[in-house]
Write a protein of this length. Sequence first.
Length: 711
Amino acid sequence: MLKKKGKTKSRPNKWSSFKNARSMHVLLYLLLAAIMFALLFVHVKPETLDLDLFSVSDKTIYAPATVEDQKATEEKKQAAEDAVEDQYTLKKEYTDNRIDLVSSIFDSISEVKKSAEEDSKSPSEKSMVKSVKNKLTSDVNDSISEDSIKTLLKADSEDFSFVRDTVITAVNTVMSSEIPSDKLSDAKDKVEKELKSNSIPSKYLGAATEIGRFAIIPNYVFDPKATEAKRQEASDNVQQVQIKQGQVLVEENDLIDREVYRKLELTGLLNNSNLFKPISGLLIMIGLFIATLVYYFEKQKQNLKVKNQSILLFSIITTLLLVIMEVVSLFQKMEYNNIGYLVPIAAGAILIKLLMNERIAILGSIILAICGSMMFNQGVTGTFNYVIGIYYLISGISGVLFLGKHNARSKILQTGLFVAFINMVVVLSLLLIQNTALSGLEIGTLMLMGVVSGFASSVLIIGLMPFFETGFGILSTMRLIELSNPNHPLLRKILTETPGTYHHSVMVANLSEAACEAVGANGLLARVGAYYHDLGKTKRPQYFIENQMNIDNPHDKLSPQLSKNIIISHTTDGANMLRSYKFPKELVDIAEQHHGTSLLKFFYYKAKEKGDQITEEEFRYPGPKPQSKEAAIISVADSVEAAVRSMHNPNPERIEKLVRGIISDKLQDGQFSECDLTFKELDTIAKTLCATLKGIFHSRIEYPEATKKVK
């Protein structure tokens, strides 16, 4: 009959096969990624508006992202270029050229004059003037009159040289200064004045003035290259004109003119063609989250079923908090921009810590903080609210760290109070750092939101824990503490129906807890498992020696085979009773595995003495062998406690010999072959059990009166 039950229990079905399949956690990763994308996409998707030119905006519209306004930038650059004045350069070579020109005029006159003196025919004055003009360029001839040439032709050599030098000096003096084109007349007047002040004979002054004024030209001229360089420099110094993220594009009830409409188009608010970038960015971000989770979970040395359960649990808690944040974020549209401080964000991290472990809880805090900073972006899609992200991160991590290893309900409430206090401090510090101009009432409201968040976290945790523990069969510390309560119906059943077994179970609990803590196993799990490990004995209590008070041993009237069946069945009976009460698997396993496949030696040898044709296998427990350290340690403590209790006058030496003998027998019998206990840990267990037993079975003082009465 037992074998039939075993078959029924292990009957495969599609769901259990899928739960144990690798494809299960791949599907969970994809499902979590899809949920994150669905909840976060609306917060990164660029807003699209159905607005017409010259219509009135029904709300204030903000820029969803920072973009360059190229048109405004070009206009600003053009304005900067236009503001640059033309650049002029003083051409010093012009002075040399004009002095050379003046010299060539006087040289031409001098040459003609000298040629005439050498000519015996004495050419006429008219022909001499003509000869001079032939030597000069047309522009000079147009500017210098024939009278001036005649005057200089008549001058003697001394006066000629004086006039020549004076004109060259005056031209050089005036041309050494900047002469812009609009100041040319002033420069010509200046050279004339210079010539008048140099005592030139009056008969030559007109000719000298005419040549001097002709020689003066503008030397401070427009420089196109320098001007272009200056304009380019001015253009390059112009900063990009940007429409900043969060900038108001149009106020509520304002007209959407051409300029506003252009900016709305520029920021992508009037079309839906710019989805590629935000979708890609969000997918990359979610991919990083999932990759981190894959790296963490794949490193854990767990079987697929446990791993799948852990991933599912993390996904459910994360999704729950994301949904809460999404619901709360809807109030942003009602101008409650700081409503995010109310979210009980610490509940997610603490739940993960209680049901899984601290490392994954901190990782969950980071993921939720980043998601929260995207959700509570104060209505500006695609932005991050780093303030709320910091608040969420500190709130979650502080709850995880404060909770520590104590997971009682009272500790969870204390953690909620601590998180509330930390939330207030964080809110205040963030407001001070931002130097916000908020009123005392507004600051107090935000701090009150932080307090509510902390309290709500603890309430949410206490409310959800039973559902997770029952639904996932998770054995949390809180659940273990509840199951160890003496008022639990099954413990009351053991106490009232099998008081001897109850006392034995308490002793085994003390021994196994101390041994588990010595080797780093779960001492509380071992204690609670020991309380329930012999629950099956309540089905037939009188067949177990510790409950046979003032009655005959019923096994004396039974065959060894029947006695064996009754004794062996207490493991499967206990496991089935625990399953019917929906006990966690770990406790069911302890009840089922605490005897492993060990041999019922007493009834085996009794049957052998009767000459029955039997095998050892018939008198062994069905198992399985202990799969965990806790189950193995309870199996040792169970045997040790029963053996020491039956020992007459136990002393430390006899106890140690007994303990090590029992461990050695179980080791040789292969009872520890399916758990990960090492030889070093077995030695530590033996020493711990001996120390605990010596404290229990210590020698007592024998009182005189009691001794006399005994005698």
